[in-house]
Design a protein around this ligand. Sequence first.
Ligand code: SAH
Length: 387
Amino acid sequence: MRRPSWLSGRRCADPWLYLPPLDLRSLTIEELRECVARQGEPPFRAEQVFRWLHGPGPGGVGSVRALDAVSNVPRSLREALLAEAPLQPIRLDGAVTAADGTRKFRFRTHDGCAIESVLIPDDKPERAKLTLCLSCQAGCAWGCTFCATATLGFGRHLSAGEMVEQLYWGMESAGCKPSNVVFMGMGEPLHNLDPVERALRIFEHPWGAGLSPRRLTISTAGVVPGIDALAKIQPAPNLAISLNATTDEVRDRLMPINRHWNIAALLAAARRFPLAHHRRITFEYVLLAGVNDSDMDAARLPRLLRGIPSKVNIIPYNPVPGLPFERPSAQRALAFQNAIRLADIPVYIRTSRGSDAAAACGQLAARADEPLLPCELAALAKTGRAS
Ligand code: SAH
């Protein structure tokens, strides 16, 4: 597997300091204000530019954001801004809908990287919950041995604009805003924190999608300094930690990141992570038959989490072709859940959505050289962007 050089040796102390070049859709409102001032334009233009880039299209939320359509931003200003920070849109390459309504999108970045995101309706339609699962990197550097994305190795970090565009495509497809956005697609968000933070700010802005920070979740494999950096971000998104094992011996094998920051270091970071009243850290636990699903594991997990306001999400393994893991039986998953429930920790078994379209957790592995997914572009073509 290809690995970036900083993963071997001591330079990995600062992996999250990567700063990709900025495209126009990655700029925060404050940065747009500065750009507008540099062009000698009055401050109110910054709001117009932000709305032009991120506001709802003429048909309301979820309608097309055709940037060359009529806009109240003067052409000269638009051109000057684009000269400073070009747009680098992602292109929809294909989409496929699973039997349960989960929809996976394949995009191609301007430089040819393939990335995926997934729109997941709630299994109980009356709850009207719609979750968008975004990618923050093409591929992933951390090599979790059970995950499809890891088999790709590391491609590159995505810019904030590329994350924001995944949201807009999801909104266009759904015709509404998602109720929740989770950074649980391809990549490790705390290894690309600056662009992820920008994307959060843009998602939240009332002139854009106006999503509540309480509806945004960052999921990490355990980049401890990244958790500490995330703790300083206000307003804070929700934090999810992929724990996936109860001993360092097993976690080292499943998640090589554990050799950088072991379970004790990870849980110490969770303990010092500031949480608002009534908020909890979500611990994800991918259940792998015969690997991390024993009664001993179920007994150890609550002891590890003692003192941390937590919630546990058990994710029965979604098989990945070629990887040597299996999903445990439904009874095993229930027994595991019950043992944790006894310790008074809220614990849920996350039903896997979209697995028949390889759109479930850990199944995202867009390869640039792979044939395209079955396309369902007709529905999106009406928006004019899928051409
Ligand atoms: N890098 C981040 C986010 C991406 S993975 C992280 O590790 O949290 C999102 C979640 O999917 C993680 O909890 C991960 O452990 C889980 N996952 C990965 N592969 C999986 C698979 N094949 N089946 C079930 N869950 C999986």
